[in-house]
Write a protein that binds this ligand. Structure first.
Ligand code: NAD
Length: 488
């Protein structure tokens, strides 16, 4: 490792709970360990929040909700902007923390810092602009004032795969809207969020507005908070099964929810596409984050006549990628986040080969310490293979073939998920026709990566509810009040 004293850096990351502006140990003294997936070694031990700590955090959030809601939007905006500048100044440290706890290559971690930080800048700009309206009723008897008010204290739950961006995508709009919050980061990757919280405190976010609970017992934290009628909103990013269980809990108090859940993105390649551009896009859509992304291309659907050529080109490129520790120079593919994740990827590859799939590249775990898997391209299995239905969450690109546009669309939509989709074609009319028919919240047209803080991100079907980012992102944290005033 070069360029960063990682032990010194990790020593500066808070390991305790942030409640009411104070860092403190868990009420029962409990802790949990975090490891580096490139080595399997423990890198930190953090306080593990209990149900009683969760209650304290909500008390702290509720105590300052009114003050925070009354804080002028310009002031909230300035704090977000200060946070943006601090994240930029400490970007290299955040990137190293992220790579060390999550595994992604440093270059990608730096990319996530830039992307994640854009949510702070974007929502600092949105805060003063989220306006309502003031009009006469059509009959002229009343003046209507429609206001957006902060929804109230929120629970924000984030996954391990984008430890900074998934946090800023929730925290920034919640702050902009005037909500206080309790954040629960994934237990595999809490350090990035902890360090980010330190920066936000430095940026001036008042005590109690942002509370952070690292913890190994997510269910204890969420069930305690969601049973409390003072909590007004839960925003969750993670797997569909956990999202469903939270939706059931939310029903009891008719809690507002935003759900960013799993995906099974189709990547359609038509024979009229620029095939080299499609291969480039495929690498970006598949290999970003080692394939551990909800937007990762999960099924490559390629027109029969170009499938072999596309597969060979993709295999040559993926097979040549450098796999290794994300902090090492030149690494393009890091480890999977944990042993269980690698076992699951291998199970799906074995299942595909048992169903007629051939590995054009890779196909095996990498021997040695850490949880590495070879970048893999599979061709020839049927749609009964697990890789067609399940989120792979790893560096595996299964290719299926179609004969015509109708079949391509039917295959693409044949999933309970509806988050990201990608289409490569040079026929503009076809692009519009396909866009009309695809049941996905996001569509990349001749583009393999489309996430942007200014865009509404989210899915349909079992990929979730609500949108993050864009003008839509702040609305998730506000509620509408209509006041009808008698005309003078
Ligand atoms: P996960 O559902 O296991 O965990 C997500 C978060 O929920 C973590 O913080 C975890 O500690 C917490 N959690 C787990 N059980 C809980 C419970 N019973 N109550 C409350 N919280 C609980 O998901 P993961 O493995 O961390 O992340 C991978 C999943 O996230 C994939 O399915 C991926 O597609 C999805 N994801 C979706 C998006 C999106 O925007 N749609 C983005 C990133 C990841």
């Amino acid at each position: 490792m070069s360029g960063m004293d990682i032990a010194e850096l990790l020593g500066r990351v808070e390991k305790r709970l942030l409640i009411g502006g104070e860092w403190r140990d868990a009420s029962d003294g409990g802790t949990f360990d975090v490891e580096n997936p490139a080595t399997g070694q423990r890198i930190a031990t953090l306080a593990s929040a209990t149900a009683s700590d969760a209650k304290d955090a909500l008390n702290a959030a509720c105590a300052v909700q009114d003050d925070w809601a009354r804080t002028p939007t310009r002031k909230r905006s300035d704090m977000l902007r200060a946070g943006f500048e601090l994240v930029r100044a400490h970007g290299e440290e955040l990137a190293w923390i992220m790579t060390t706890e999550m595994g992604k290559p440093l270059a990608e971690a730096r990319g996530e810092v830039t992307y994640g930080n854009e949510f702070l800048r974007w929502f600092s700009e949105e805060a003063p602009r989220h306006d309502g309206r003031y009009v006469d009723t059509p009959e002229g008897n009343l003046r209507m004032v429609v206001r957006h008010k902060p929804v109230g204290p929120c629970l924000l739950i984030t996954p391990w795969n984008f430890p900074l961006a998934m946090a800023t995508r929730k925290i920034a709009p919640a702050l902009a809207a005037g909500c206080t919050m309790v954040v629960k980061a994934a237990k595999l990757t809490p350090l990035t969020t902890q360090y980010f919280a330190q920066l936000m405190i430095e940026a001036g976010v008042p005590a109690g507005v942002l509370n952070v609970l690292p913890g190994s017992d997510a269910a204890a934290i969420s069930s305690t908070l969601m049973a409390d009628p003072r909590l007004r909103k839960v925003s969750f990013t993670g797997s569909t099964p956990v999202g469903k269980s939270l939706l059931k809990l939310a029903a009891d108090n008719v809690l507002r929810t935003s759900m960013e859940l799993g995906g099974n993105a189709p990547f359609l390649v038509f024979a009229d596409a620029d095939l080299d551009a499609a291969v480039e896009g495929a690498i970006a859509a598949k290999m970003r984050n080692i394939g551990e992304a909800c937007t990762a291309a999960n099924r490559f659907l390629v027109e029969e006549s170009v499938a072999q050529e596309f597969g060979s080109k993709l295999a040559a490129r993926l097979g040549a990628l450098a796999v290794g520790d994300g902090t090492a120079d030149g690494t393009q593919v890091g480890p999977l986040v944990e042993g269980k994740a690698r076992d699951n990827v291998d199970r799906l590859v074995q299942d595909a080969t048992a169903r007629g799939g051939r590995a054009l590249a890779g196909g095996r775990p990498v021997d040695g310490p850490g949880y590495f898997y070879e970048p893999t391209v599979l061709l020839g299995m049927g749609t009964d293979a697990g890789v067609f239905r399940e989120e792979i969450f790893g560096p595996v690109a299964p290719i299926f073939t179609f004969r015509d546009e109708d079949e391509a669309v039917a295959m693409a939509n044949d999933t309970e998920y509806g988050l990201a989709s990608y289409v490569y074609t040079s026929d503009l009319k076809r692009a519009h026709r396909i866009g009309d028919r695809l049941e996905f919240g996001l569509l990349g047209l001749n583009a393999g990566v489309i996430s942007n803080a200014a865009a509404p991100f989210g899915g349909v079907k079992q990929s979730g509810l609500g949108r993050e980012g864009g003008a839509e992102g702040i609305a998730e944290y506000t509620t509408i009040q209509y006041m009808g005033m008698a005309n003078p």
